[in-house]
Design a protein around this ligand. Sequence first.
Ligand code: TLP
Length: 348
Amino acid sequence: MKIVDLRSDTVSNPTPEMRQAMAQAPVGDDVYGEDPTVNRLQEIAAEMLGKESALFVPSGTMGNLAAIMAHCNRGDEVILGNFSHTFLYEAGGYSILGSVHPHLIPNQSDGTLDLDDIKNAIRPDDVHQPITRLICLENTHNRCGGVSLSAEYTKAVGELARKHKLKLHMDGARIFNAAVAQGISAQELAAPADSVTFCLSKGLCAPVGSVLCGSQEFISRAHRIRKQLGGGMRQAGIIAAAGIIALESMVNRLAEDHARAKRLATGLEGVRGLVLDPGIPYTNMVYLTITANNGLSDAQYIAQRLAEQGVLVGSVGKSRFRLVTHCWIDDEGVDRAIESFRKVLVVE
Ligand code: TLP
């Protein structure tokens, strides 16, 4: 049985073109800065994000962690959303390894942080309080439904940050989804941020890796931190080669994933007991809530029943699902997912 894996875009396998490029990649020791393929990937990434410099890191988690540690000193504070991936799903690395204190403010349903909430969270110069150093945004916003933040909004946060001498980091794990959805460049979306992390290993299909971009001086600090975190990789050109293909030929096709997410959402909206939450998807994520249906309301149980039919979905909490489209999900996969939900929820 062919598996339709909608748990995440992280499950997307590398394309045949990537495997070929990986096999043929010229390599060297990247800890010495001598891997030509890594160096090329970093140059392309910096240019696409409009930053001076870039650093290849093993994961989005390490990219965000290295960024926070490079911006903050021990005991400083970072302002971030209560639904941000960095707060929810990165194992508290910035607190444990960076000794950085989180100041949480609510994420609005559109993934933004309210400008007044940010202002109110900035600490006065008071010996009792930590020093505010950094603001983090996420684009697209995962837990808020894959919504994308606009360049105008990010600019307003950037201006606020500069006014208060703070830095702005963007977790842009899926910034190319945001760019494609809005029809603008990733560079424009990232322009107001001092640093941005993006992932090659999600919708762009590379097997491993993320890139942290920023000023030369910031990246040289992050480089040392990557070493401290054990992220210095040797002949990493083998994986960077796939990252180059990801940037050169996988960005524009993200529009197909967005169209399929809409098709999936529209189909599932018609299944009794399922409610789109927050609504028709903006990018490649479909979030749904199950309202009690024939006594069935346990998302994990339903996910198991779907898995028996070869359809894998993510469950979020007790009664919510996340389905993510990616390069290996075709129209047939979308239709099978809709049909399987219908069988489990309507027929059972
Ligand atoms: N997100 C994963 C899970 O960890 C939830 C997923 O399946 O979506 N920022 C954002 C916005 C992310 O969604 C993720 C991964 C990361 C950072 C971390 O990237 P990795 O997994 O490469 O460390």
